[in-house]
Design a protein around this ligand. Sequence first.
Ligand SMILES: Nc1ncnc2c1ncn2[C@@H]1O[C@H](COP(=O)(O)OP(=O)(O)O)[C@@H](O)[C@H]1O
Ligand SMILES: [Mg+2]
Length: 262
Amino acid sequence: MSALTPPTPVATVPVPMANRKAGAAGTEPDASDAPGGARVLVRDLWKVFEHGGRSIEVLRGINLDLAPGALVSVVGASGVGKSTLLHLLGTLDVPTSGQILFDGANVTDMSPAKLASFRNREIGFVFQFHHLLPEFTALENVMMPGLIARRPRKDCRDRAEAILVRVGLQDRLRHRPGELSGGEQQRVALARALVLSPRLLLGDEPTGNLDTRTGRAIHDLFFELNRELGMTLLLVTHNDELAGRAFRKLRMVDGRIQEEGA
Ligand SMILES: Nc1ncnc2c1ncn2[C@@H]1O[C@H](COP(=O)(O)OP(=O)(O)O)[C@@H](O)[C@H]1O
Ligand SMILES: [Mg+2]
């Protein structure tokens, strides 16, 4: 299994955290162990796509300051650039201009090799569609980021089990994605994103494909894990009510960000 290539897209492969516990059910993660959240500063971020001979200005000067451990939601009409912003923050794509500072480090200046290892170490991603590997069990899927980072197999297994238990899947470890409900699949995807304790977690409409009740439960889980583990969390959602429960709510309009009362 360790010879496998990462799940598509790249995203969910944060790497080490020296000694942080994954927060198994029934055990409070030890905050003194936790790497905590990243401070993310965005300065005058532009993204222009060239398409069919035309320039599309999707992001038009985004400025943003995410405090370490903050829980921030992002709403906005379809096509307004929410996923584009998340991809840039997740270092999956590069901006046309502007800066992203991650605890002061300018990720827009990093070499591709450095960026890959940085992304693997620091950032977790959960997408609308889970992108789990269908032929592997939940446990194996969640072990994958650790195996890709060449951590010892036992360590990968222990971490994966602990975080799967934490997200409520203690009875589903050996199930394949096709044998899980939509909500369970997203729990696995969340566990995979968190297994190596990233300091920034990005969710791109992770409940967009779920019914209301299941979606609410998944949101609750994101919120709980943010409180417990202290990572900075930016959550794009189409659901205004769920977004309103975040500590801070942002709205994207016309390529820019507006603050809304939380
Ligand atoms: N690779 C690309 N090339 C050209 N246009 C793109 C590309 N990716 C996104 N876009 C355009 O950018 C706009 C914003 O897309 P997106 O960030 O996915 O919006 P949202 O997530 O808010 O629905 C859309 O008009 C989309 O068509
Ligand atoms: Mg989108």
